[in-house]
Each structure stands twice: as C-alpha cells, then as structure tokens.
Ligand binder design. Sequence first.
Ligand code: HGY
Ligand code: MN
Ligand code: MN
Ligand code: MN
Length: 414
Amino acid sequence: MITVDAQRLKKDLIDLGSIGRTPSGGLSRTSFSAEDLKAREWFTDRCTEAGLKVETDGIGNLIVSSPRADALTDPSLPAVWSGSHIDTVPDGGAFDGALGSIAALECLRRIHETGAALNRPVRCVVYADEEGNYASLLGSRALTRGFSRAELETLTGRDGDRFADTFTAAGGDLDAAAAAKLPDGIVDSSVELHIEQGPVLEERGIDIGVVTGIVALGSGTVTFHGRADHAGTTPMNARQDAGVAAGAFLASLPEVAARAGERAVVTAGMVTFIPGGANVVPEAARVTLDFREPTADGVAVLEALLIAQAHEIAAAHGLECTVDFAPTVPPAPLDEGVQAIIADAASARGLSHMPIPSGAGHDSQNIATIAPTGMIFVPSVGGRSHCPQENTRWDDVARGAQVLMDTILALANR
Ligand code: HGY
Ligand code: MN
Ligand code: MN
Ligand code: MN
C-alpha cells in the first residue's frame, strides 16, 4: 500500500487555484490562454522538481512519467493512465479537472518516491482543452478519434480566435496536432478522479462515486439571419430582427428538451448579436448549444429536434437560419472491471460508495474507446460546479486521492 501526501495535495490545489483568478473569485484558464500556459508551466515545475519527466504531445496534452519507476518495470508495456485537465470554463472553480490532475501527479510522485516496482508503467496525463473552448474534449479526442489538419483549422474559441493561431502562438504545431492519434497498445487502462459536479453524493452522505457511464455530448451553433436596420426609424412590422427570433428559440428550449426525454438537457451558454449595437436591429444572432443525453440515440433525437425547431422559428419570423454542429461525442459505459476495483478500494478504506452516472462530459469518455476506463467521484458542496462557488471538502479530496492511488496500484499490478 502507498499513502498519498494529503497536505502536499492540498497545497498544490491551492497554489494551482491561484492561477487565473477573476475579480469574482472564480478561475478563468481558457485552454492555451496566458493563464493556462502559466498553469501548465506551474504543473511542469511540480513534476520536474519531483524528478518526473514531462512530455507534451502533438495536441498539447502533458504526459508525465517516472524514469525511476519505468526502470523497475517493462516500459514497453501498455501503461496505466490517470489524469484530467487544468483548463477551466470562464469564471469556473478550483476543483473541476484540477483535482484529478493533481491527484494523479501525487500518485505518480508517491510511486516514484517509494521506488515501487509495478508490473506495468504508470502515466499522469493532463488533457488539453477539456472544457471545449475550441472543441469538446479536444485533447483526448485527438488521441482517440483524431483531427485532420483541415478540421483543426476550422476551430474557433469563444473569443472568436482561431485555434490554429492561438495554438501555434503557444508553440504548437498543427501538423503534429493532426498526427496526435495514439497507436494501439499504449494505454492498458485508465482511471480519472473528478468532483461529481452534482448533488447526489452529498445528499446521500456517500464518500465515493463509482461512475457507471458518461453522457453523450452534442454541441454547436444556430445562427438566425435577419437584416440590420435603424432602431428608431424602422417600424416593428417592417423588421427582420434576428435577435427576436433567437429569443423565441431560447424560450422554446425547455420544451424541446422535454420532448427528447426526461434525461435530456440543453444549454444556450452564449448568444452573440451581430453587429451588436444598441441602436441597430440585429442582422444576425448566433446561439451556442450544448446538449446531452445518456444514450447515442437520445442525443441524436435531441439534435434533430433542435434543428427542426430552429428552422421552424426562423420561418415563423421570415428569416433563414444556419446550423453548425460538431460531431457528437458518444456516450461511454465505463468498464465493469475497473468499477469493481474502485469499489473494492473504497471498501478497503472503510469508505461508503455507490454507482453513479455522469451528466458531465469527461476525457475518460474518449479514453474509454481505447482502453478499460473508470472514474472516481467525490462530493461537490451544494452540488455546484462551473462557478466560483465550486467546492469540495479537503477530507473528501484526500479520500478520493487515496482511492485513486489504490486503484492505480491494483491496475498496474494486475
Ligand atoms: O462540460 C462538461 O461537462 C465538462 O466539464 N467539460
Ligand atoms: Mn472536468
Ligand atoms: Mn468542466
Ligand atoms: Mn473531465
């Protein structure tokens, strides 16, 4: 058995949580932004000061290894991967992604420090752009599904910047990014520690969530096309107001989700009016959509309903609309064997645990397409996440990290 250093873990989470602070107390570390690059540099420093080796792959994922531990095993064997992400949503919290990244680092540090000889290598991984500023789960998707160079050149961020520009300015190479897809036989198994980002574990007083599966993720934009006019001289019945059509579409989203089923969710997180002047009738209105359902069929039904609704509302307002959706990230049932190892690890530590589905998307749902994968949840205070109020109690952080440590060792010594 190896024990994690809970105090060091807490200090690292606090220190990482100081990078990218916003005036409201949240965190903004959009992928490949100056704040994200600072956080990557900080993370890399923690690894190198511990004697670990950090490699950056073509899409910007950080892959961390212990030369000492690799010398005590067969480094050519498929490795046990554990990690998460350190990019955040705008004004997000200090635990989403950071917990799983730092806890995986702590586990690898402890393997390194103790000189443990394992049956296979272990890797700590920080995935790029998990929050999908450019594409949902970008880093893990590049490893498993791959992106063509042409696809990467179409990606834009929420600030309207091109991924190609921001990524290359940060030192990235598009050809390397387009070649990041992993060959077979690299990953033996994978486990990610993450906050639940919901209320269930806290409400039921359960220490550990053994994740059973992750929802399907749909995303994209709907743009309503109208006509710019003077706000003062254009009669209301002579307008082609894209903003009014977008408003009617937004108001209809709860009903569209209900038609797709009780587990369907739809979020319009951003609306952009073009040209965006208070005294200009909007010529265009672009609505971002994030839509999810636990099954591939369910999210396909939801997508079709959203597209039909957008066209119906556009027609009712005498406008056109264009729909631009990304390929859906498939749902991921997580590996039963890894789930059992997590449950056994929790029980062995005297911790309560329960099976739980994930309504949040995670890199694990991509990694699950190439290797047996599991996820460990710890409670979120008040069920809140993607906001400055996001919080998890330190004893839950420590317990989750210890269950992660025990799970990694069990996977590495199978
Ligand atoms: O949006 C999500 O579910 C994840 O936090 N990226
Ligand atoms: Mn996350
Ligand atoms: Mn998130
Ligand atoms: Mn995730």
